[in-house]
Write a protein that binds this ligand. Structure first.
Ligand SMILES: NC(=O)c1ccc[n+]([C@@H]2O[C@H](COP(=O)([O-])OP(=O)(O)OC[C@H]3O[C@@H](n4cnc5c(N)ncnc54)[C@H](OP(=O)(O)O)[C@@H]3O)[C@@H](O)[C@H]2O)c1
Length: 360
């Protein structure tokens, strides 16, 4: 007969039979839990088309939300999502900005060229709360070094502020007031950049950067002895034009990329939202297709600038989620497996091969 004995603290020590019984009970409980959850999962997935997405999503584990900020050379932290207002009609910009500020946006992307036409329909937004980053841009016709400061002064007067958080060279294209291209200043934008650097020293711009620069143009500019390297490069980044080499270059050279037209712009937004991989991830994570595209750009290491004038979308676009690695890689592969196609490219109209992509 097996004896039961006690240890030094008089705790009865279990017999082999008891241990086997306990193990069996634990196994039965674990198996039961697994069967219940997988049955529930099967029931939910087979009934998926009949259950409203919201109800189905309540039964699944919530996907992790991400709130990312980026440190600029001034030491300022900027939020990883900014509201874009390009192509918003007069009358829409003020309301969209006001809605965004109420919802919690603290980063607004603007430009001298997007200035709303003053008119009775245009609502002037209330003064933005403290710590709201505003990014105006230097337009092509003000690249001559002597025009740079007065161009910013004009934007400052319109914004009713004494300095901007980030000031960008909008395009690597210098034009004269008649629209003709100044080829020297286009191929060598260093004099324009030096004039922008003075704006930092004068306290009118806390940070300066560029926009629409490809790797060749960035390398060309940064080969000069710069006092301030470009804090950001604002470029088109979306499913149709994912630019993986530029993303890699920027990460290696500490230049933050800002992803513009992340949804494919007005022209291609519906195609973007209907990409099968985007829809699949949206379905799996219970988030919207627009949130998939914005979260994907954020996860690639970029600031993202979705534009909307629709209050529910302005809200939706601020919520960024963590995409699991396998799904992230699947989307990255799909985006980089087709020939890239730009949504925004004024090269032909301006007569400058901005991205070195035009056929000879
Ligand atoms: N540096 C540059 O040269 C440059 C060039 C282009 C753009 N940008 C910047 O990037 C910003 C964004 O780019 P973008 O305006 O070309 O395009 P985008 O953000 O890719 O797409 C805007 C379009 O998507 C729609 N949309 C927004 N959120 C949506 C959602 N959650 N679901 C469905 N549709 C949604 C908008 O409609 P509604 O507005 O009607 O909601 C609009 O039609 C611009 O506003 C600008 O600040 C910079």
């Amino acid at each position: 007969m097996t004896k039961t004995w006690t240890d030094a603290s008089h705790t009865p020590i279990t017999t082999r039979k008891q241990r086997i019984q306990r193990l069996a009970i634990v196994l039965i409980i674990v198996l039961g839990m697994y069967l219940c959850s997988s049955t529930l999962g099967r029931v939910l997935s087979s009934a998926a088309p009949y259950i409203p997405r919201r109800a189905r999503c309540l039964a699944t584990a919530p996907v992790k939300k991400v709130q990312k900020t980026f440190k600029l050379p001034s030491g300022d932290e900027v939020p990883g999502i900014a509201l874009g207002v390009w192509q918003a009609s007069p009358g829409e910009v003020g309301t969209a900005v006001e809605t965004a500020l109420k919802i919690g946006y603290r980063h607004i992307d603007g430009a001298w060229i997007y200035r709303p036409k003053a008119g009775p329909q245009e609502k002037k937004p209330a003064a933005p709360p403290n710590k709201t980053g505003i990014t105006p841009k230097l337009w092509n016709t003000f690249h001559a070094p002597e025009d740079v400061e007065s161009a910013l002064d004009d934007s400052l007067a319109k914004l009713g502020t004494s300095y901007v958080d980030l000031y960008l060279m909008h395009w690597p294209v210098a034009q004269r007031s008649d629209g003709s291209v100044n080829t020297d200043l286009t191929e060598n934008p260093y004099p324009t950049w030096q004039a922008m650097e003075k704006l930092v020293e004068k306290g009118k711009a806390r940070n300066i950067g560029v926009s629409n620069f490809n790797i060749r143009r960035l390398t060309n500019l940064t080969s000069n002895k710069l006092k301030h390297i470009p804090a950001v490069n604002q470029v088109e980044l979306n499913f149709w034009n994912p630019q993986p080499e530029l993303v890699k270059w920027a990460l290696e050279h500490n230049v933050i990329l800002e992803a513009y037209s992340p949804l494919g712009s007005n022209r291609q937004v519906s195609e973007s939202l209907n990409v099968p991989e985007v829809k699949e991830i949206a379905e799996k994570l219970c988030i919207s297709p627009a949130q998939v595209l914005i979260s994907w750009q954020a996860q690639r290491g970029n600031i993202v600038l979705p534009k909307s004038v629709t209050p529910s979308r302005i809200d939706e676009n601020l919520h960024v989620f963590e995409i699991p690695e396998d799904l992230f890689n699947k989307l990255e592969k799909a985006a980089t497996s087709h020939p890239p196609k730009r949504v925004v490219d004024p090269s032909k109209g301006w007569g400058v091969d901005i991205f070195d992509e035009l056929d000879e």
